[in-house]
Structures are given as C-alpha cells and as structure tokens.
Write a protein that binds this ligand. Structure first.
Ligand code: TYM
Length: 325
C-alpha cells in the first residue's frame, strides 16, 4: 500500500499526535511504501513567527526520527521543497465549490480562534491537503479523527476529478488508530489535546519527567473513584486509561482489573511511571539527533529527491488530462 501523512511544524509534538498518527506510521513503514511530510505550507495559514519556522521544521523532522521513522524505509521530506504541492492545490481548487470549504469544521474552528487572520490559505487548507495526498497516488492516510473530514473531502475531489477529466487519481482511505484517534486534553477531557489549548492539558512528547508527573497528577478526573472505561460518564479517567493502554500495550479491560481496588492517585502514579519509561528513549534519541543537523538535513534532501520523482509524474498526467500543456 502507498501511505502518506504529515504533521504541521507549529511547535512541540504532543502525545496526541504520537498516539493518533506517528506511532501507527512506525509500524506501517515495515510493510508499506510510506511517505511522511513536514507540512510547512499548512503551518503558515495560522499566525507564526518567521524566525521560529526553520527551527520547528528541523524539530519535527527530529521528532519523526526519534519516534522511530526509518529514512531507509520511509520517504521523509518538507512540503514546500516540492513545488508540485502548491501547483496541484491550485489545479484542484478550480473544481471545488467555495461553499464546501466554508463548511469544513477546522476552517470554522480556526476562524473563531483567529478572527483577525482569516486568510484565503486557511480556506484552501483542505485543497492543499488533498494535493499532498493525491500527488502520491496514496491509498491509505493514517491520521487522527480530527483530520478524517479532510481525507473524505480529498476522496470527493479525486472522484470528481476522475469523472470530469478521466481516471487520474487513486481514491485514498482514512486509517484511524483503534483507540488513540482522539486523545483528550488532561484539563478538559471533552476537548481534544492540542498544541494551542491549555498547556497543562497537553503532554509534549519530550516533556521532562517532572513536568509529566505534575501534568498527570493534576489531570481532571471524574466523580466516583473506580478506574473504569466509560467515555460518556467518566471522560477524564477513560482518556487516561486510553493513554495508559496505548503506551503499555495492555488492553483497557486488563487495566480495569489490575486497578480494581485502587484509587485515582494510585492509578495516576502508575501512569506517570509508564509514560516516563516509554518516552525516555525518544527523549534521548532527540537529544542525539539535535546535534546532528547535517545528517538530518541530508535525510530531507534525500527524501525530496525521491518524492519529487513521483510528484512530477503525477502533475504531468494531471495537466495533460486537464488540457494544459
Ligand atoms: P496536525 O499537525 O494538526 O496533527 C498531526 C497528526 O496528529 C493527529 N492529532 C491527534 N490524534 C489524536 N488525538 C489528538 N488529540 C490529536 N491531535 C492531533 C492529527 O489528526 C494528525 O494526524 N492537516 C494535518 C496535516 C496534513 C496532513 C496532510 C495529514 C497536511 N497534509 C496530508 C495527512 C495527509 C494537520 O494539521 O495535522
């Protein structure tokens, strides 16, 4: 299967990004043809600091590698380095009605969050994402739940294009993680964990042990004291159980039995240990990689060269089918 996915380089990657997306990628690269992108053109649709962007791109690449992506197996590259992404986004933009873009949940959310920054790029965000995916004739897109609507729109665009101009694109499918597709904020377990939400509700992939401990111990829990999974009645503890289960690779049912006679504090203390133990190797790897900037840049150059070949061949076909030279 051909697989494509990406993360916006907008700041520190959190455990939601990891459990919802990156952890899947690491497994998928063993048996599939994987392409993972650092989507910097998407990152500039919301307010950002120019001086910080290059650093964030490098940091996101290092995160991919520290989490276990292998450049021998996967193509890793930066979106803005392959101009065909922008070119295809323009072409696809001509077949999608504006109304459909205005209805996208993330567009509405981001418009609310940054009312003074509602640029055309933000509206066209899903079209660029469709271009990312379709440019590589992707079959599977492993993402968190919040991106599902964008992948569905990508399918609609591909179907419409194929009908109008002849079969050009493969129709991609969303691949959601079974339990980690929507990790919630530790401070408000009815809202998803996000880079821009309450920082205390969000555990960074490279947070120091002391920080992890203070965030987990302060996590909002629910009334009662049983450690049981029930997202409607007990959203706080259910979210912590999900995180525990994904990091320890133990089923939630088993955890419920293990913690049957214990209280929230015991459970949280144990979760802190699991998190620190699981994340420590990633923190070490990141530290080593941050000192090897030349090596990391070489991976991106190599990725660019490989991705470009596929991207150029698709765009040629697209332009021909659309009647362009
Ligand atoms: P981004 O950078 O917001 O998030 C990266 C990935 O992390 C997932 N994610 C979560 N999963 C579970 N729980 C959470 N709380 C959580 N928060 C984020 C996201 O679903 C995503 O998979 N538009 C995309 C980037 C993108 C892309 C693409 C993805 C651009 N082009 C093409 C796939 C294919 C985004 O902003 O992700």
């Amino acid at each position: 299967m051909r697989i494509f996915s990406g993360v916006r380089p907008t700041g520190d990657v959190h455990i939601g990004n990891y459990l919802g997306a990156i952890k899947q990628w690491v497994k998928l690269q063993e048996k599939n043809e994987c392409i993972f992108c650092i989507v910097d053109l998407h990152a500039i649709t919301t307010p950002y600091k120019k001086e910080q962007l290059q650093k964030n791109i490098l940091e996101t690449t290092v995160t991919y590698l520290a989490a276990g992506l292998n450049p021998e197996k996967s193509i890793i590259f930066v979106q803005s380095q392959i101009k065909e992404h922008s070119e295809l986004a323009w072409l696809l933009g001509t077949i999608i009605p504006v109304g459909e873009l205005q209805r996208m949940t993330q567009f509405k959310e981001k418009t609310k969050k940054h009312p003074k920054y509602v640029n055309a790029g933000l509206l066209n965000y899903p079209v660029l994402m469709a271009a990312d995916i379709l440019l590589y004739q992707t079959q599977l897109v492993p993402v968190g739940k919040d991106q599902q609507q964008h992948v569905e729109l990508t399918r609609t665009i591909a179907r419409r294009f194929n009908q109008q101009f002849g079969k050009t694109f493969k129709l991609p499918q969303t691949l959601l993680s079974k339990t980690g597709a929507k990790i919630m904020s530790l401070q408000n377990p009815t809202k998803k964990m996000s880079k821009t939400g309450n920082p205390r509700g969000c555990i960074g992939l490279f947070d120091k042990p002391g920080i992890i401990k203070s965030k987990v111990m302060a996590a909002v829990t629910d009334t009662g004291k049983e450690i049981v999974y029930n997202p409607q009645k007990k959203p706080g503890i259910s979210n912590l159980l999900t995180i525990y289960s994904l990091f320890s690779e133990k089923p939630i049912k088993q955890l419920e039995t293990e913690f049957k006679d214990q209280d929230y504090v015991d459970f949280k203390e144990s979760l802190v240990k699991v998190l620190i133990k699981s994340l420590e190797p990633l923190r070490q790897k990141r530290k080593e990689l941050l000192d090897r900037e030349v090596y990391v840049n070489e991976i991106l150059n190599q990725g660019k060269r490989k991705a470009e070949i596929i991207a150029q061949s698709t765009i040629k076909e697209v332009k021909k089918n659309m009647g362009l030279l």
